[in-house]
Design a binder for this molecule. Structure first.
Ligand code: BES
Ligand code: ZN
Ligand code: ZN
Length: 475
């Protein structure tokens, strides 16, 4: 079976004159709109007003009163406007660029992200009636060229972000490890990336004991996917981006209980983000050296499942004592990180995973946990997080946490104390990165949303695609 996912095409044009259904961004304290009282539209963030004139609908989006308005404020306002007008039947939207030399990319990204809906399995009759097919950005003639460049970059990011969401929203009965690998392969073919897929036999031959152990309880066998985009100079830094892709995390023999299993098709979002990052970079024609790696498995209980007390030998020979089969992400990642280090010797290894419930407890659904010892990388990721809207916050690891994952029978055990779970998991992963500069992003919270936000509908968010793509572009 061929496995491919395509989303509806939305064209994006840069035009000199605003026509049709138009969106204006207005700050707080703007000149009042004709015939509109201040209390009807104040210009605060999230505030909006829909009017109509001879030429079409007019949507005013408030962007607040800060002296410097954040890029992410425009992204959110644009997303809200696009959704509101789409639901009113608009098919073409014209965003009026709010200033000279204004970076239009958050407007385009916001609109694309806002317009995304997950409808793959809906009956035709239930699918949305109205669909925006065209977005226009109206800018003054001298800025057309610059705006076109920014828009192209934003299209690459926005559509990669939505594709990541579509992969993520696809349930585990359809998005099996083999099908996720196929989706990676077909993307790689479209964008001219080198793609290597390790199936069970190869995994076993090369000693990927972690991925095999986690995958052995499922009838859908595991995969390791490696995507290579070595397009920069030889002397240029090499970046490896590694993702956890558990297509479904039932917990294994330590079966999850109650509601905690419900969202576990999203346990593949780290890997899906890696695919989105590789796609966005390829679409932009980025000249960098980047390798994307996905550790893919389904964590299921069965007569063949791995057990608490098993001892697993991973790719680099380090061993793991299994305490809890639900702490499976770090086990598949141990193999993938060791492989990335040994095979590619990268200057930096960035790893994304929906790793721990405790990180979500600590930081909620908006921010990812950031673990790294490198202060420069840390500051850079925090700054890019603010501008892309993929927010992160630093947490500690190593040191005192290392003590608690010591095992009497193996290199380490896979679970530490109940409290500080996110830091134990990060400390575990660090061992497999060894001396390679390492960044771990625990995206358990922000990788999916349990309700619609001003930004987008509930479900997979594509967190990490914009953050890491921008990081790579800046390195
Ligand atoms: N996939 C989960 C973490 C998770 C929880 C992601 C909620 C998204 C939302 C992970 O594999 C897991 O089950 N972790 C356990 C570890 C524990 C057994 C040490 C956890 O966090 O409870
Ligand atoms: Zn788990
Ligand atoms: Zn998991």
């Amino acid at each position: 079976m061929e496995f491919d996912i395509t989303l509806p095409e939305i064209s994006v044009d840069v035009v000199p004159n605003p026509k049709g259904d138009r969106i204006y961004f207005l700050p707080k304290g703007h000149d009042p709109i004709k015939n509109v009282a201040e209390d009807e539209f104040s210009g605060s963030v999230g505030d909006s007003l829909l009017l109509r004139d001879r030429r079409g609908k007019l949507y005013y989006a408030g962007v607040g009163g800060d002296p410097i308005i954040k890029l992410d404020t425009y992204r959110k306002a644009s997303s809200m406007a696009a959704r509101a007008l789409q639901s009113k039947g608009s098919t073409t939207l014209t965003f009026v660029c709010p200033g000279d030399h204004f970076d239009v990319s958050p407007i385009v990204e916001g609109a694309l992200i806002g317009l995304y809906r997950y409808e793959a399995f809906l009956d035709d009759a239930a699918k949305s009636k109205s669909t925006v097919t065209k977005i226009q950005i109206a800018v003054d003639a001298p800025n057309l060229g610059f705006a076109r460049q920014q828009a192209d970059k934003a299209i690459a990011l926005g559509s990669a972000n939505n594709w990541t969401r579509e992969l993520g929203n696809t349930p585990a009965n359809v998005m099996t490890p083999a099908n996720l690998a196929k989706a990676a392969q077909s993307m790689a073919q479209n964008y001219g990336l080198k793609c290597t897929i390790f199936e069970e036999k190869e995994l076993s031959k090369q000693g990927f004991g972690g991925i095999l152990a986690v995958g052995q309880g499922s009838r859908n066998p595991p995969r390791l996917v490696v995507l290579e985009a070595i397009n920069g100079k030889k002397s240029q830094a090499k970046i490896c981006v590694v993702g956890k892709a558990i297509t479904f995390d039932s917990g294994g023999l330590n079966l999850k209980t109650g509601n905690s299993m419900a969202d576990m098709k999203f346990d593949k979002m780290g890997g899906c983000a890696v695919l989105g990052i590789m796609r966005a970079l390829a679409e932009m024609g980025t000249r960098k050296n980047v390798v994307g790696i996905l550790a893919i498995a389904e964590n299921m209980p069965s007569g063949n499942a791995y057990r608490p007390s098993d001892i697993i030998t991973t790719y680099d020979g380090k061993t793991i004592e299994i305490i809890n089969t639900d702490a499976e992400g770090r086990i598949v990642l141990a193999d993938a990180i060791a492989y990335a280090r040994k095979k590619f010797n990268p200057h930096v290894l960035i790893e994304l995973s929906t790793l721990t419930g405790s990180c979500m407890v600590a930081l909620g659904h908006k921010r990812a946990g950031l673990f790294t010892e490198d202060k420069k990388i840390k500051d850079k990721l925090i700054r890019i997080g603010e501008s892309t809207g993929d927010l992160v916050w630093p947490l500690p690891y190593g040191g005192e946490f290392d003590e608690d994952i010591k095992s009497e029978v193996a290199t380490v055990k896979n679970v530490g104390d109940r409290y500080g779970g996110a830091s134990f998991a990060a400390s575990f992963l660090k061992k497999w990165a060894d001396k390679t500069p390492f960044v771990h992003l625990d995206i358990a919270g922000p990788s999916y949303q349990t309700r619609s936000t001003p930004y987008s509908i509930k479900g997979a968010s594509g967190f990490g695609v914009r953050l890491v793509t921008e990081y790579v572009l800046e390195s």
